[in-house]
Design a protein around this ligand. Structure first.
Ligand code: NAD
Length: 291
């Protein structure tokens, strides 16, 4: 069965963390009904509450009408498990970056969703071809890689697996555009285009910190003002999540087989300590006082 934009009315998002919530928001803003799932109803509801809070700030600043905010939030229905996505016409998986977890979720999505439904993934680094091979519909599996924060960042990187059908790819491109995004297309290669370049930069900043070249502030200010980046690499790593950065670095190292991609020990140790960045209140910087 081929995918078509006109058949998509309800979008399922699996994983209601920072990316899943953002994807649910832009889908609802594009007037799709959204089913938002996580491992429990509480987590899915927390994802929707985060969207409502960030939209409320825009209403307070006079940038968004209260009734528009209510309509966006009203289109999002939290559900407590993957089976709750059964009525979706297009799914974007945005759960934790872990190969074994995503393989299992793709097997389960394949069982739970009717034939013909596209199964997209927001993975930062994991092979689309590999995830597609877990399903009975590999031609309907595609990479749809949003950037963080999703409502703000314009780019969506679309990745075709070896088996992705032309119609699946075209529908995903059209859907991203309907959500107001600009697209690029990447070959299915570890890290795709954006993270193949970004994660080595972040990792090198970690090595610089580990070797005592400067403080986190020195390193970040150097890259912000010296290279005109809007954020320094350590602050950006804290925003992405250090657990996610490490998971991507490990995929690059393992799959590309080159030691230049090995993760800096300081990154691994921060993750081991539970210092995952903004989402845990501490990473390379301390966010406990709300900074
Ligand atoms: P996150 O830690 O904020 O959220 C992950 C969510 O997945 C959590 O809510 C967790 O409960 C949920 N989850 C875990 N296991 C699950 C399961 N079995 N079923 C349903 N939900 C489950 O992580 P995130 O930053 O939102 O990243 C999600 C995905 O997006 C990852 O693949 C990541 O690589 C990718 N991504 C992240 C960024 C970024 O900047 N953080 C950018 C682009 C893509």
């Amino acid at each position: 069965m081929t995918a078509q934009l006109s058949n998509i009315h309800t979008i399922g998002v699996l994983g209601a963390g920072q990316m899943g919530a953002g994807i649910a928001q832009v889908a609802a803003q594009a007037e799709y009904d959204v089913l938002l799932a996580d491992i429990s109803l509480e987590r899915a509801e927390a994802g929707r509450a985060k969207i409502a809070k960030s939209l409320a700030r825009r209403v307070e600043k006079g940038k968004l009408d209260g009734s528009v905010r209510d309509a966006i939030v009203g289109r999002i229905t939290p559900v407590g498990n993957l089976e709750g996505l059964a009525k979706a016409n297009f799914v974007v998986e945005a759960a934790t970056e872990n190969i074994e977890l995503k393989k299992k979720l793709f097997r389960e999505l394949d069982k739970a969703l009717p034939a013909g439904v596209v199964l997209g993934t927001n993975t930062s680094s994991i092979s689309i071809t590999l995830l597609a091979a877990e399903t009975s519909r590999p031609e309907l599996v595609v990479g749809m890689h949003f950037m963080n924060p999703v409502p703000v960042m314009k780019l969506v990187e679309i990745i075709r697996g070896l088996q992705t059908a032309d119609a699946t790819y075209e529908t995903t491109l059209a859907l991203a555009k309907r959500m107001g995004k600009t697209t690029i297309t990447s070959k299915d290669c570890p890290g795709f285009i954006v993270n193949r370049i970004l994660i080595p930069l972040i990792n090198e900043a970690c090595f610089a910190l580990q070797e005592g070249l400067g403080t986190p502030e020195d390193i970040d200010t150097g890259i912000r003002l010296g290279l005109n980046h809007p954020m320094g690499p350590l602050a950006l790593a804290d925003l992405i999540g250090l657990d996610t950065c490490l998971a991507i670095a490990d995929v690059l190292h393992r799959e590309l087989g080159d030691d230049k991609y090995r993760a800096a020990n300081i990154l691994r140790m921060h993750v081991a300590a539970g210092w995952h960045g903004r989402k845990t209140g501490r990473g390379f910087y301390d966010y406990s006082k709300g900074k």
